[in-house]
Design a binder for this molecule. Structure first.
Ligand code: HEC
Length: 387
């Protein structure tokens, strides 16, 4: 009963996060595209900088890009802020549910850093908060005047964050923390840097003043940043289903590659300059490099390569897996068979063959290597499962 309730809570959070995320990223992609599609109006019209015509679902749409001036304020103005907010709320709940509960076992790897559940939670919350202040400072229009310096600083610190996180958390934990940090910056950009400026401009117009359009440009800059965060965040969201990525010893390098390749892809998506479209090529090279990195696996040499029987490996499974994967678990935290995977007999073991190979070869299991499985045992179990 409890484990199925657990699964449903996780499922509903994941589902809501996915749906909210699709509407946020979807509207972002739409506006990125719209911005690049505007053309000067065929017949010059008062206060229209650009126009775009579209066809969708049986109708034709015309959108004008314009400024607002006193006396020209639309009655209904649609703001796009709840998609972002809901994505963040559902994402943060899912993050807390999966990574803070259960002794924070998914977040901690005792071989990397021996910390308690509360230390891990504190550390991640501190890192998330600090990162926003540093990012916001780096791009503060009054404090940092040189954009190139800001960009270089942001890139260097981002790499530092990614690399550093792998020294604090488990592979999966490090990835998700970076994702939460990017997502938090995206949301705070919306609420702290984008919406207030737009509200101020609207307010000025309503009070009969011509709004200060430099505020709009400042909002735009943060909105552009958000588009650069999209690909790395999506990659991180999906990566937690691929232990061979987040548990790889070069996982940090993969994340950096994704960050840079994602930025180039995003630039190629929006640019009108044909030369800049070519940025997809180095981006593709970056992705190929990822494939190359993951194809390199640890080589463990076994001397005795005889056919293995269930008896040869049953003690390995008993010692290293059953504490969390038995009808009656003995683990202090996981008191139900995890993901319904019970490994107590040969038949049961073989029925999960593919999953076990995936989980054990990528070192995702035993979780955080809590049962201290050795390299030799890992190789032996894998050889048995594969033969
Ligand atoms: C300390 C507890 C613990 C130990 C020890 C452990 N596991 Fe797990 N296992 C888990 C947890 C927690 C999950 C669910 C992880 C998740 O939500 O992604 C899991 C999930 C799994 C899954 C299902 C993965 C999926 O995506 O459906 C398999 C297969 C698995 N473990 C195999 C093993 C094997 C084989 C061993 C021993 C070599 C082992 N586990 C040892 C805690 C443990």
């Amino acid at each position: 009963m409890l484990s199925s309730l657990d699964l449903w809570v996780e499922y509903i959070l994941r589902f809501s996060h996915l749906v909210a995320g699709i509407s946020w990223i979807g509207s972002s992609f739409y506006f990125i595209w719209l911005d690049s599609a505007f053309e000067p109006p065929e017949e010059p019209r008062h206060n229209v900088d650009g126009e775009a015509f579209m066809v969708h679902g049986g109708f034709y749409y015309q959108v004008d890009k314009r400024k607002i001036y006193p006396g020209e304020i639309p009655k209904n103005l649609h703001w796009f802020k709840w998609e972002a907010t809901l994505t963040f709320i559902t994402g943060f709940l899912l993050f807390g549910y999966l990574y803070f509960l259960n002794d924070a076992s998914l977040l901690i790897n005792k071989q990397v850093l021996d910390i308690s559940q509360f230390q891990a939670i504190g550390l991640s919350l501190a890192l998330i908060t600090m990162s926003w202040f540093i990012y916001d400072f780096i791009y503060h229009p009054r404090l940092m005047k040189n954009k190139t310096i800001s960009n270089i600083l942001a890139l260097v610190l981002s790499c530092f964050l990614i690399y550093g996180a792998t020294f604090l958390f488990s592979g999966r934990g490090a990835f998700i923390i970076v994702g939460v940090i990017y997502g938090t910056c995206m949301l705070l950009n919306v609420w702290i840097r984008i919406l207030p400026n737009q509200a101020k401009m609207l307010n000025d117009a309503e009070n009969g003043k011509v709004p200060d359009y430099s505020l709009g440009l400042k909002s735009k800059a943060r909105s552009v940043h958000n588009t650069y965060f999209i690909f790395p965040v999506l990659f991180i969201m999906l990566s937690n289903h691929y232990p061979s990525i987040y548990n790889h010893e070069l996982s940090w390098l993969m994340l950096m590659l994704i960050m840079v390749s994602g930025a180039m892809t995003r630039q190629a998506m929006i640019t009108k300059n044909p030369k800049e479209k070519l940025l997809v090529l180095p981006a593709a090279v970056g992705i190929l490099a990822l494939v190359f990195i993951t194809s390199k696996k640890d080589q463990i040499k076994e001397t005795n390569l005889e056919e293995l029987s269930y008896n040869d490996i049953s003690s390995i499974v008993a010692n290293r897996c059953l504490s969390c994967h038995a009808a009656n678990n003995t683990d202090d935290v996981f008191n139900e068979a995890q993901k319904g995977v019970i490994l107590e007999t040969e038949e049961l073991l073989l029925s999960h063959k593919d999953k076990i190979i995936k989980q054990v070869s990528s070192k995702a299991m035993p979780l955080a290597n809590k049962t201290q499985m050795t390299k030799e045992e890992r190789a032996k179990l894998l050889r048995y499962m594969q033969q």
